[in-house]
Ligand binder design. Sequence first.
Ligand SMILES: Cc1cc2nc3c(=O)[nH]c(=O)nc-3n(C[C@H](O)[C@H](O)[C@H](O)COP(=O)(O)O)c2cc1C
Length: 214
Amino acid sequence: MNDFLFLSASPNQRTSIAYRFADALLESFSKKHPAASVNRRDLAANPLPPLSAAYGAALTKHTPLDDPAFRQSEHLIAELERSSHLLIATPMHNFTLPATLKLWIDHVLRIGRSFSPGPDGKVGLLADRPTYIIVSSGGFHRGPQARQPDCLSDYLRLALRTIGISDCHFIYLQGLVGGEGAVAAAFASAHEQLSQTPLFAGIEPMSSALVSSV
Ligand SMILES: Cc1cc2nc3c(=O)[nH]c(=O)nc-3n(C[C@H](O)[C@H](O)[C@H](O)COP(=O)(O)O)c2cc1C
């Protein structure tokens, strides 16, 4: 069992601001909880394979869980099941999720495995767990400077709730195209957002080195 599954989805990979913020958060968390373990999956560095026709066909029939068409999906769901917390670092792309993260969702939301259909809608079959989503964006989608819709948050919240994960906390790093000052302001705002959360409320603020290194 891992304490965290850390999914990152930015094409900027380890230089991504969302990734670096999430990574620093894990470092702060690990200082308080030295035994904490983290399983990392970089969806941009190691893209998942596209969905196959066999996978689509297997979904529509009563296919055994160990069918080869489900191998990738089964691997990702089992990986998620082994984590007590989920941390996602993702940029906003064209108002929503990057395609790499959407593909993870398409592999993980699986009828009969991670959710089942019910009379009132889909019912999640995985255990709920604290989930933190760090969203980076070049511009603003909330607050007084918002100039665009956010089609990412509600969708990702719905996708995770579909499989049983509803304890979701979104942390926004906005306005990142504005240079060093804007990044520093985004980090300060993100700290404020984190201070309202149960898991990260008591963490030490991250070092200013993180800001100046961006
Ligand atoms: C294909 C693409 C689409 C983007 N669409 C948006 C967008 O809709 N809204 C926005 O504010 N920023 C948009 N951006 C800017 C990214 O959100 C920004 O580059 C990202 O937050 C950088 O974060 P990172 O350092 O974590 O990778 C887009 C960037 C790319 C490459």
